[in-house]
Structures are given as C-alpha cells and as structure tokens.
Ligand binder design. Structure first.
Ligand SMILES: NC(=O)c1ccc[n+]([C@@H]2O[C@H](COP(=O)([O-])OP(=O)(O)OC[C@H]3O[C@@H](n4cnc5c(N)ncnc54)[C@H](O)[C@@H]3O)[C@@H](O)[C@H]2O)c1
Length: 265
C-alpha cells in the first residue's frame, strides 16, 4: 500500500526557510521524500537549510514582498522543473508596540511581507501548480502560515494580528476558487514558538506599558500555555508536511491550530 504521507516525487518551495518553522518544514518534507526549493531574504541561511537536507535542495535569494523576486524564483522553478507541487508561504515578520504608539508604517511593512507575499506567491505559482496537477499529481497544495494572533488578541500585536487575520481570509477565498482545479489551500496557526521571530521586537512591556525583562515576558507568556512550554519548530513542521501531502487530499480552505492549548480556553 502506498504511504499517503509520502512526498516522494513532489517539488516543494518554502519561503523564509532559513530559520525557525520554515527550516523545520523544509527538512521535514525532505525527509518524507520531497525535492526542496528553500528561499529566504537571507540566502546564506537558506543555503544552510539546503545543506542540512540529504536529498536534492536548492537555495535561492528571495524577498517575498518583492514582485520581481517572485518572478525570478518562479521562473527558475519553471526552467528547471516545469511544475510545483507544494508552496509553503512561511516567511513573515512580527512587530509589537502598544497600539497607541504604533505607526501606520508598521502595519504597511508587515502587510507587505506577511500578506502581499501570499497574494504574489499564490497568483504567480498558479501555472506551476496547475502543471503539477496536469502531470498526474493527485492535488497541488498551498500551505499558508498565519498565527493564533490572527484569531485571538495578544497584547501589543494589533498590526501583526491584522496581517495574520488577512492570511486566514485570503487563504479561504483562494481555496474556494481553486478547489475545483485540485489546488488545495490551507492555513496553519501556530501558537508561540521559540524562533528568531522576536528579534524585531521592541523591549517587552507589561500590560501598562512598563518595561520588563525579556525572561519575565517569556515566563508570563509560557504560563498562558496549558502544555507549559513554548512550541518548537518541530511541533509545527509535521502539520505543514501533512497538509502538503496526498493524505490531506480532501482538505482545503481549512485552518489548523498548533498551540499547546493556548487558545483552547
Ligand atoms: N514563532 C512564533 O511564535 C510564530 C507563531 C505564529 C506564527 N508564526 C509565523 O511563522 C512564520 C515563520 O516564523 P518563525 O517563527 O519561524 O520566524 P523566524 O524569524 O525564525 O523565520 C522567519 C524567516 O523569514 C525570513 N524573512 C523575513 N522577511 C523576509 C522577506 N521579506 N522575504 C523572505 N524571507 C523573509 C527571515 O529571514 C527568516 O529566515 C512567520 O510567518 C510567523 O509570523 C510564528
């Protein structure tokens, strides 16, 4: 019997694959047999990810907010492979400030990297995804990474939440339009995961806006998670790989939370 979770014969592109969840997803999918295109704005980190993969993997420089970069990357995929089975729109940034002080520019920056990227990527990759289905793939799969903060409020995450909510609604709308073609679009909503995402944070503050030590902020956050710990990239990667695989062939327009119970209450 064939293993429905196998990704053998599939070509997968993961954005933001030089770190955290994207790296773990790329490595996981390679372990399941996929050939990988790993892209990142920091191509050296993407190359490190490619080097971690035993099978075929190519690293490409790619700013997901830039339409010209998408054109270059997708043209390279087309030239070499003529199809794309799996697109994981993972690259993202998070900015955090009290709403009263958060400039509109923060929203625009996150909108470009967290949302425009999906629009550009899904639309640009469509001919390649269609080619994958036409070549006999059971379905082609897009996995978009939102966040629990696209679902619930978090202190000082208004602009980030706005973009991650947009990821959810954009994903469902595109899933609805593409379902009949066999192109699936699903969304993963991770809870807090220990990665480099916090590197762009301002100094953390308490609910009243008073500065607190990063360890104190982390402890307060962890205490909100029923499983008693932050997530790790390897807690999220298998879910992405499942959605990419034919095991999820009837799953589209759906959302999957992985958060240690954070939003269960
Ligand atoms: N870590 C968390 O707690 C958490 C929770 C929910 C959702 N997420 C989402 O998961 C995704 C991955 O985040 P992570 O936690 O692994 O963070 P990370 O910072 O470890 O990785 C993000 C990667 O994206 C890359 N990147 C940033 N801007 C880019 C751009 N313009 N073009 C291309 N690449 C770019 C970075 O170089 C980095 O390699 C993001 O969309 C994030 O919003 C993370």
């Amino acid at each position: 019997m064939t293993n429905p979770f196998s990704l053998t014969g599939k070509l997968a592109l993961v954005t933001g694959a030089g770190s955290g969840i994207g790296r773990a997803a790329a490595v996981q999918m390679a372990e399941l047999g996929a050939e990988l295109i790993v892209t990142d704005i920091d191509v050296e980190t993407a190359q490190t990810t490619a080097d971690m993969i035993e099978g075929p993997a190519t690293a490409l420089a790619h700013n997901v907010a830039d339409p010209a970069d998408w054109s270059h990357v997708l043209a390279a995929v087309n030239d070499r492979h003529g199809k794309l089975d799996i697109l994981v729109n993972n690259a993202g940034i998070m900015m955090s400030k009290p709403f009263s002080d958060a400039p509109l520019g923060d929203l625009h920056r996150q909108q470009a990297i967290n949302v425009d990227s999906l629009y550009l990527g899904m639309q640009g990759a469509l001919p390649l995804l269609r080619a994958a289905v036409a070549a006999g793939g059971e379905t082609a799969s897009i996995v978009n990474i939102s966040s629990v903060y696209g679902m619930i409020a978090g202190a000082q995450f208004a602009s980030y939440s706005a973009t991650k909510g947009a990821v959810r609604s954009l994903s469902r709308a595109v899933a609805f339009e593409l379902a009949a073609e066999g192109i699936r679009v699903n969304t993963v909503l991770p809870g807090p995961v220990g990665t480099n995402l916090g590197a762009n944070w301002d100094a953390p503050t308490d609910a009243e806006g008073n500065p607190i030590a990063p360890e104190e902020a982390l402890a307060a956050w962890t205490s909100l998670i029923p499983m008693g710990r932050l997530g790790e990239p390897r807690d999220i990667a298998p879910l992405i790989a499942f959605l990419a695989s034919d095991a999820a062939r009837f799953v589209t327009g759906a959302e999957f939370v992985a958060d240690g119970g954070y939003t269960a209450a």
